[in-house]
Write a protein that binds this ligand. Structure first.
Ligand code: MLT
Length: 257
């Protein structure tokens, strides 16, 4: 049994990597990252409920339930443990996985994300984003996000690729994720209990989850190492895939011991 999420499943090996995508994207955002994971690993890349080809599943507006989804999805694939790699919203879900399903993790890579929940100003901004999507569509929201997602040096062709991925998401899935992020639990009290090797990756110029958020995460998780990626903003895996692969490789060398 278990939940069927639309996904890519490639490679073979004793370790499995689970890539968890950001908002408002889908598994296609990882296209340049999972081949770079190298050989010797099984790589699973799902579309989260409400996104991509998992858009038709009933929605639940909850980051914790997304973590439950992933545990149930791993059951369906008969996978016991993974190295979870989550970026931004995917990082919130990876942290929920660590809190609710710790036994499923052998390692964690938390990229451009944070442990705290939304403050009042952020909650109001989520509401404004919901209204933008309902009134003007997902692309209108994504256009507003672009200056904070990428650095000025990101090639326009890359930004366009992600514009196209965002444009295919449903308004219902995107507003559900906005509610889920707005109402997510604070993972901070749990961070000290994370026992698996962890990398906290952050773009030097990340404006959404800046260095201070990465510092707070890395200093609270006992086995964490912080890695700053130069010439990158909030989308490190897209903007600097080689540096991102190096950070993941560093983690996999430790989780393989
Ligand atoms: C993301 O990139 O997934 C979002 O920017 C996260 C957020 O809005 O908190």
């Amino acid at each position: 049994m278990g939940l069927e999420l639309s996904h890519v499943d490639v490679g073979k090996g004793s370790q499995t990597i689970l890539f968890i995508h950001a908002f408002p994207l889908d598994r296609r955002m990882w296209r340049q990252n999972y081949p770079a994971s190298g050989g010797g690993f099984r790589v699973i890349v799902p579309d989260l409920r409400g996104f991509g080809a998992s858009a038709k599943l009933p929605l639940h507006d909850s980051i914790d339930r997304h973590a439950d989804d992933l545990a149930s999805f791993l059951d369906a694939l008969k996978i016991t443990k993974v190295v979870a790699v989550g970026i931004s919203m995917g990082g919130y879900i990876a942290l929920a996985l660590a809190r609710l399903h710790a036994s499923r993790l052998s390692g964690l890579l938390l990229a451009d994300t944070k442990g705290t929940s939304d403050g009042e100003a952020q909650r109001q901004a989520r509401q404004a984003s919901i209204e933008t999507v309902e009134r003007d569509g997902v692309s209108a929201l994504f256009e507003k996000m672009i200056p904070n997602l990428f650095t000025d040096g990101t090639p326009p062709s890359i930004v366009d690729t992600f514009r196209q991925i965002a444009a295919t998401q449903s308004s219902a899935g995107v507003t559900s994720a906005l509610r889920a992020m707005r109402d997510r639990a604070d993972s901070t009290p749990h961070l000290a209990h994370i026992k698996v090797p962890t990398r906290v990756v952050v773009g030097r110029d990340d404006k959404i989850t800046p260095l201070a958020d990465a510092d707070a995460l890395a200093s609270s998780i006992p086995c964490a190492k912080r890695i700053i990626i130069e010439r990158a903003g909030h989308s490190t895996c897209i903007e600097q895939p080689e540096a991102f692969a190096a950070a993941l490789g560093d983690l996999l060398a430790e989780t393989n011991q």
